[in-house]
Design a protein around this ligand. Structure first.
Ligand SMILES: NC(=O)c1ccc[n+]([C@@H]2O[C@H](COP(=O)([O-])OP(=O)(O)OC[C@H]3O[C@@H](n4cnc5c(N)ncnc54)[C@H](OP(=O)(O)O)[C@@H]3O)[C@@H](O)[C@H]2O)c1
Length: 247
């Protein structure tokens, strides 16, 4: 993988493993980064999965962003359609975390207004966190708690994302990698809680399909600042910042 931006006096910089870690280091303190892979025409799922758009470089970045995080934040639609499961210490991400001196445990926090997660699901036990709202059927919550899921009720009709991030921080989970999907990203952008967007751009045109922030308009146009571009095999790995680093 090579770095195109920021440039180094006209030279293109090749990045090794440690170089890639440095390229994706987040500022200290609370920071929410969103990671997506999309096509040139902004589509993020082919036949309901992101896999066809990804490649080896995207997988490396995906794993690294998990390894650098305190928690993975994901919407129920993505967790269910992509078959999310707990991150095992004996997995590529777990081993990378050990190499980087990060705690072995990486909880997945599932956002679901209706508490769609169930104890029998792949994520239906510890250390999963369910972020839900008062709109959820209360009878769904107790069995999840009994199965070891940490349930955070934030908001009345919908999940109050700023409140959810406060509660995660109270649990010591400040560095967040959000893996979508589009509905969750749209809500997070509308709530102004996204600090960084890491978008892998695959050299592919797909046509109709699920788009990065879905089909509904955002309350206002969001204009992230481009801070980094890496490239490998024609795939662009962009890093955009939406906020100033924490003081
Ligand atoms: N290319 C990529 O990098 C990438 C990344 C992620 C996802 N995807 C694709 O995107 C598709 C899924 O899209 P999606 O928009 O349905 O995904 P999503 O945002 O993960 O899931 C939507 C569901 O999650 C819950 N949810 C999301 N945001 C919420 C909020 N702010 N408050 C409360 N609940 C919230 C709701 O669950 P309840 O209905 O249970 O309340 C909602 O129905 C899949 O095909 C997936 O492959 C692609």
């Amino acid at each position: 993988m090579r770095r195109l931006l920021p440039g180094s006096g006209g030279d293109v910089m090749e990045l090794d493993g440690p170089g890639l870690v440095e390229a994706y280091r987040a500022p200290d303190g609370r920071w929410l980064r969103v990671n997506f892979v999309g096509s040139l025409d902004g589509v993020v799922a082919v036949e309901g999965r992101s896999g066809p758009l990804g490649g080896p470089g995207d997988l490396r970045v995906f794993r690294l962003l998990r390894a650098l995080a305190d928690v993975v934040l994901v919407g129920w639609g993505t967790a269910s359609s992509e078959g999310y499961r707990p991150v095992a210490p004996d997995s590529p991400v777990g081993r990378l975390r050990a190499e980087l001196g990060r705690p072995a445990e990486l909880p997945v926090a599932v956002v679901s207004r209706r508490a769609s997660l169930a104890p029998g699901d792949l994520l239906g036990g510890a250390p999963t966190i369910l972020i839900t709202s008062e709109a959820a059927d209360e009878s769904r919550l107790r069995p999840l708690e009994d199965a070891g899921v940490t349930v955070l009720v934030c908001g009345e009709d919908d999940v109050d994302l700023p409140r959810a991030l406060d509660l995660l921080a109270e649990h010591g989970l400040e560095r967040i990698t959000c893996e979508g999907g589009p509905q969750l990203l749209r809500a997070a952008l509308a709530a102004g809680v996204v600090d960084e967007l890491d978008l892998t751009i695959a050299p592919a045109l797909v046509g109709a399909g699920t788009r990065l922030v879905g089909d509904a308009a955002l309350p206002e146009v969001v204009c992230p600042r481009l801070t980094q571009v890496l490239e490998e095999d024609g795939v662009l790995f962009t890093r955009y910042t939406l906020s100033a680093p924490p003081a």
